[in-house]
Design a protein around this ligand. Sequence first.
Ligand SMILES: Nc1ncnc2c1ncn2[C@@H]1O[C@H](COP(=O)(O)OP(=O)(O)OP(=O)(O)O)[C@@H](O)[C@H]1O
Length: 314
Amino acid sequence: MIVTKGLRKSFRSRRSAPVDAVRGLDLTVEPGEIFGLLGPNGAGKTTTMRMLATLVRPDDGEVTLAGADLRTEPHEVRRRIGYVAQGGGTTDGASAREELVLQARFYGIGKAEAGRRAEQALAAFELTEFADRPCAGYSGGQRRRVDLALGVIHRPRLLILDEPTVGLDPQSRAQVWAEVRRLREEGMTVLLTTHYLDEADALCDRIAIVDHGELVAEGAPEQLKREISGDVVTLELAAADAEAAEKVLTGLDCVHRIEPREGDELRLYVTDGASAIPQLLHALAEAGLRPEQTRLQRPSLDDVFLARTGRTIS
Ligand SMILES: Nc1ncnc2c1ncn2[C@@H]1O[C@H](COP(=O)(O)OP(=O)(O)OP(=O)(O)O)[C@@H](O)[C@H]1O
């Protein structure tokens, strides 16, 4: 659905040194995915989104979006994608219905059909109740839902969202996630940027982590985390059992490493916690041992960023 090869953009001004915002980005987003572009402030996420949305001209690189070439068919790209910018696009004085009808008309949709689409969008995004009130009175989450509805009123195949949940409270963020998932279920491909690690982890099928305009990692969140360090299993044992348990577990294939024991707690590094835990418990049971508590911790996307760049994202 999106292929970029060698995408590049520098900003030059007379007053300051040039900024290489995006430095040769190769990305592939498959149809039907929620794909997240993750990175710290200034990593080049917004510049990338603006280039894909035809708002900033790339210095170099080949880009295809929904089958259209960014350089030679920008009009076609605009027709086939929806774009929601960071600040959104609603006006204080207009109502959600007015904004939706206007947006549909902007895409050349006839008056009657524009009204029908606005009505459908209001229902789908749960906006009907306050559809005719000015947007100024909406909550942050409600306004964000109007932005999403505006982004898809022309039924694009690909939706590009720049920081869709920035500044929202946890409940509104969860609602936006639910809407994004619903759009994906309806067959839409979604590309979004975020600097919330938990958001990328929970929402995205695949992510690309960028830093200083370059790709530092790409893949499914689970896969990236597993590649870094596997999982950590913590077992709490009765004081009398800890030493014996350590001996039993040291010999198991699924255990890469056991941290030096602190009291009655054992921390084990394993490739995949979900499959290792039953093996650990089985081995302990055969030796007549049973942990009082078993905890599984997974590495976070921040660990992935740390491993690749030597810094934390947040
Ligand atoms: N119009 C511009 N003129 C000059 N420099 C720019 C311009 N737009 C972006 N930059 C610079 O390019 C780099 C990448 O910025 P960009 O906004 O793409 O990053 P980002 O990953 O979206 O960051 P954030 O999470 O803060 O939005 C930054 O150093 C930024 O200052």
